[in-house]
Design a protein. Structure first.
Length: 293
């Protein structure tokens, strides 16, 4: 029998729907630019291809969804089955360990060192980044609007994943993570490639003035990340989290050509993605995974 560890209000009426990404297969989006990286496992999950029904409309017919988070509304056995299915989609087998962290919207990154293939169940780190040079494991980041960022060092065979909501982004989770990759593994920016996965787009992500002030206090280019729908005190303020994390990758030394944006706004495409905001908080979780064969 297969088994898997458990370790792992604003108006948007003016939003223009963002285009969706190209789905490589039911349940998984691959990065086209990484097609020739034969040493690399990776994928961004979608809602399709699973057995969960907790987030489906009541009269939705047969079938289920690929909820990959142990959320209160779903059955744990369904999530375990979904995770096994997603592992198989990415690696071609069921047995690859899936390693996650307890995400807390921080700038902290955890390191999985060889020969480890996971963290102890009672010592899973609180972090929003995870990296390793250990082959044979999948690193996992969970999202339902926040931006997932995957990074790979093609020369040293090191991989990392980052969870970047606005709090993690303003704390420079991606920049700090790449600095740690350099410190721990000797990675150099010119050898790195990155992929930014599906997340809530500026078309749908309205935020408050306090968020703008925090970005302005930390980034000279902050004004380029925000757009107001109309002039006036009550105008909606929108944040482009994808661009914010792309800029961090560039500031960390990656070439623009080495950064792929998969795209797809999670709020615009409820049939393809889970969105915490668009669902009013009733959402499953997607996973972005990366590993070394």
């Amino acid at each position: 029998m297969r088994s898997l560890s458990d370790a792992v209000t604003d108006s948007e009426a003016n939003a223009v729907p963002a285009p969706g990404p190209t789905v490589a297969q039911a349940g998984r989006i691959a990065v086209p630019a990484w097609a020739d990286e034969n040493w690399l496992w990776h994928g961004f999950s979608t809602r399709a291809g699973g057995v969960s029904r907790a987030y489906l409309p009541q009269l939705s017919g047969d079938g289920g969804e690929l909820n990959l988070g142990f959320t209160p509304a779903d059955l744990p056995e369904n999530v375990r089955e979904n995770r096994l299915r997603f592992i198989q989609m990415v690696t071609g087998g069921w047995a690859t360990p899936l390693v996650a962290v307890r995400q807390v919207h921080s700038s902290v990154c955890a390191v999985l060192r060889a020969p480890e293939t996971g963290f102890p169940a009672d010592a899973i780190p609180e972090a929003d980044g995870i990296m390793t040079g250990q082959p044979g494991v999948l690193l996992a980041i969970q999202t339902a609007d926040c931006i997932p960022v995957l990074v790979a060092d093609r020369k040293r065979r090191v991989v990392a994943g980052f969870h970047a909501g606005w709090r993690g982004t303003v704390q420079r989770i991606v920049e700090n993570g790449i600095a740690l990759m350099r410190e721990e593994f000797g990675c150099e920016p010119e050898d790195l490639v990155a992929a930014i996965g599906p997340g809530i787009g500026s078309c749908c992500y309205t935020v408050g003035e306090d968020v703008l002030r925090q970005f302005e206090a930390n980034f000279a280019y902050a004004p380029e990340l925000f757009v107001r729908d109309d002039k006036g005190v009550l105008a909606a303020l929108r944040l482009d989290l994808t661009e914010a994390n792309r800029r961090q990758l560039l500031d960390a030394g990656l070439a623009a050509a080495s950064v792929a944006t998969v795209g797809g706004c999670t709020a615009c495409h409820p049939g393809l993605f889970y969105s915490h905001r668009a669902s009013g908080g009733h959402a499953g979780r997607m996973m972005s995974v990366i590993g070394i064969r």
